[in-house]
Design a protein around this ligand. Structure first.
Ligand code: TXA
Ligand code: MG
Length: 338
């Protein structure tokens, strides 16, 4: 199969693929997604096939506006409306009770569905023209880092999907925040909207799902959390604490890969380096994290060392992606290696 590359303005051509039950590579503000008609079981099965995604991992429905929520959800609490009002369109996914219109394949049989309204002009125009919601996971092969440019998505999907539409580099760079708002608000995935912002709007603290810290129950609330994820081919070691850069400099060997903050770049001259941005520039970290992880797959580095942003604001999402890429192998720079 030849993957057709559409220009940003070819919205009608893009929507036609979806109306014909095919899958389409679609840019969003977070990451590129692999979209299909979210109301068609057959169309959605094409997503699972192209990604190699386990069938028990549900998909998010992407809508054109908050007014579409009641079409797919049986009960929408006030807190959900409040969050949608503030953050739609934007990098936030609400977990709500689904209704019977949503096919089982989308929700992996769960009684809930994730709803998100993406803040990208191409994604919104395509959804509006389709008139139906788009089921869309991130456009990577299952387990790999998410793609934040058309080129990265083609690395995984070229020849596996009929078309992809251009939308530039993703402005956020990490996936949406997922919050379960059916009862007491609970964070299932850190992402492009920070916990602090959500708590301010809700006026109450948000519970954190233990899977965010690597503790995964047999049945995690966001099933995707139980899979190894975002991982480049080489093993990743995350180093935290205030001496992280010097700790890494002491332990790297020539030819290792390093993901670091700009301030410490010069410590690693004998290594292959990807810079996340200045240490306090969380938005740069989030824009750059996935391309950094993907970059090392084009090299033959034997291992990757990574500095990690503070777990506040967008830093929580980036730290979580890095820790998952490392299989939660994290060293505190204040403690010596065993
Ligand atoms: O930013 C994003 O959310 C991107 C773009 C393309 O919109 N999409 C994305 O989808 O990240 P995906 O499939 O790669 O990750 C969705 C996560 C998975 O961990 C899945 O298990 C969880 O959301 N999820 C989906 N539906 C759920 C549900 N009903 N209950 C709990 N978790 C759910
Ligand atoms: Mg994903």
């Amino acid at each position: 199969m030849n993957t057709l590359q559409l220009e940003e303005h070819q919205i009608t051509a893009a929507a036609n693929f979806l109306k014909n039950g095919q899958v389409l590579g679609l840019p969003t503000e977070t990451v590129y997604g692999l979209a299909a008609n979210g109301l068609s079981e057959e169309a959605v099965s094409g997503i699972f096939k192209a990604k190699g995604r386990p069938e028990d991992n549900p998909l998010i429905l992407h809508v054109a506006s908050a007014s579409w929520i009641p079409r797919y959800c049986s009960h929408v609490p006030d807190s959900a409306w409040k969050l949608a009002e503030h953050f739609f369109p934007g990098p936030l996914t609400l977990i709500l009770e689904r209704n019977e219109i949503v096919p089982d394949i989308v929700t992996a049989g769960l009684s809930t569905v994730g709803i998100r309204c993406p803040d990208h002009p191409v994604a919104r125009a395509v959804i509006e023209q389709c008139g139906f919601p788009l089921a869309a996971p991130s456009g990577n092969t299952s387990g790999k880092p998410s793609p934040t440019s058309l080129q990265s998505m083609l690395e995984d999907m070229n020849g596996k999907i009929p078309a992809i539409i251009q939308g530039g580099s993703c402005l956020v760079g990490v996936e949406s925040t997922i919050i379960d708002v059916r009862t007491t608000p609970k964070l299932l995935r850190a992402g492009g909207i920070s916990v602090e912002e959500l708590e301010t709007v809700l006026g109450q603290p948000i519970e954190m799902d233990p899977s965010l810290h690597g503790v995964v129950k047999a049945t995690p609330l966001a099933p995707g959390m139980k899979y190894r994820h975002y991982a480049p081919d080489a093993p990743v070691t995350v180093v935290v604490g205030k001496d992280s850069a010097h700790f890494i400099a002491k332990h790297v060997v020539s030819g290792d890969g390093v993901i670091c903050f700009q301030e410490y770049e010069t410590l690693f001259s004998q290594c292959l380096i990807k810079v996340l941005g200045k240490e306090d520039d969380f938005l740069s970290h989030s824009k750059n994290i996935f391309s950094a992880l993907r970059f090392f797959n084009t090299t033959s580095v034997p291992r990757i060392w990574a500095q990690c942003p503070k777990e506040e604001g967008l830093g929580l999402a980036v730290s979580n992606r890095l820790r998952k890429a490392a299989g939660f192998q994290v060293i505190d720079s204040q403690e010596e290696l065993p």
